[in-house]
Design a protein around this ligand. Structure first.
Ligand code: PMV
Length: 313
């Protein structure tokens, strides 16, 4: 049997914009997806035991099969290889937390172990990027990079196919955040394609929004590195407004963002692909985190209490 694991993540700045070559900031969270792989049986069998939003496993099933076939091909193995795959771990199957990338990294590592392929992290990351295409269509690579390496990072996609720019960032102390789930499964592929389409139709409007998003990522980096958490929160709020303008937020996401802000969060925004999925709120200190988390739970939504800025988990 082969085993593997991949980190969940939260995007603090720049989702969607990173797909088009703008910088983004991502942090792994202390929840991960684990996988076990056995080369037995006659066909592909997947046992997905992740805690997940209702309908998540069913909705993602075809994309999941395609992602595994893509992985096997990239590893030089037959895409129709009969495998018995178990997926579990502490990362819930909520859209927006990079659950697909975390599972791809976990599965790629488990396959590599089962077939005694000694693969470096760079190769695992590349395999997971190919797998992500099944879920995101045209992924930036930010999710699989965070899922592979963990930690807090600055990410900028190389738009000509070369190496992406990835820099490790560090903060003086990890910061409490709250993740709120709308309970709606989101289709990242459709969300990413929708932004590209609208950008093409309204180049002037989108160019000016994109410029603001780029500045936000640089300002966010500066604020994080100087540990000015009030500023980080303000910039997250601004980032949420830009995401609303490119039409990837939703009524539930706006509601949860609003609850978090009203309960003292330093800032809140949707995280990941949007259109459902999750939001995140910056809530430094255990007390504030608890206040924000329980206010969201009181409205009937699932939350995750976690932190950003771990060096290594
Ligand atoms: O919703 P998630 O966790 O798959 O995050 C998607 C992030 C996007 O920026 C929207 C897409 C990408 O590939 O960067």
């Amino acid at each position: 049997m082969g085993e593997g694991s991949g980190f969940g993540k939260v995007i603090l700045f720049g989702e969607h914009f990173v797909v088009h070559g703008l910088p983004g900031i991502v942090s792994a969270i202390d929840s991960a997806t684990d996988a076990e792989v056995r080369k037995t049986g006659e066909s592909l069998v997947i046992r997905d035991e992740r805690k997940a939003t209702k309908g998540y496993a069913e909705e993602k099933r075809l994309q999941q099969i395609e992602s595994i076939e893509r992985m096997l091909k990239t590893m030089g193995l037959s895409p129709k290889l009969p495998l018995n795959i178990w997926i579990g771990g502490s990362l819930p199957g909520f859209s927006g937390l990079g659950a697909s990338a975390a599972s791809s990294v976990a599965i790629a590592r488990a396959i590599a172990e089962e077939f005694s392929l000694n693969l470096a992290n760079e190769k695992i990351n590349q395999i997971a990027y190919e797998a992500e295409k099944a879920y995101a269509g045209n992924p930036s690579g930010i999710d699989n990079t965070a899922a592979t390496y963990g930690g807090l990072m600055w990410f900028k996609k190389n738009m000509t196919g070369g190496l992406d720019k990835v820099e490790r960032l560090s903060v003086s102390k990890p910061v409490e955040i709250v993740i709120g789930s709308t309970g709606k499964v989101a289709n990242t592929k459709a969300m990413v394609a929708g932004v590209a389409e609208r950008k093409k139709k309204n180049p002037e409007k989108y160019d000016s929004i994109f410029k603001l998003a780029e500045n936000l990522a640089y300002d966010g980096r500066k604020a994080l590195e100087s540990y000015d958490l009030r500023k980080v929160g303000e910039l997250m709020n601004e980032n949420h407004s830009l995401l609303q303008e490119i039409e990837v937020s939703s009524r539930e996401l706006d509601l949860l963002v609003d609850i978090a802000r009203k309960n003292g969060a330093f800032g809140a925004k949707l995280t990941g692909g949007g259109g459902g999925g999750c939001m995140t709120a910056l809530a430094p200190s255990k007390e504030l985190q608890e206040k924000v988390a329980s206010a969201i739970e009181k409205e009937g939504y699932d939350v995750l209490r976690t932190k950003i800025g771990f060096e290594k988990i």
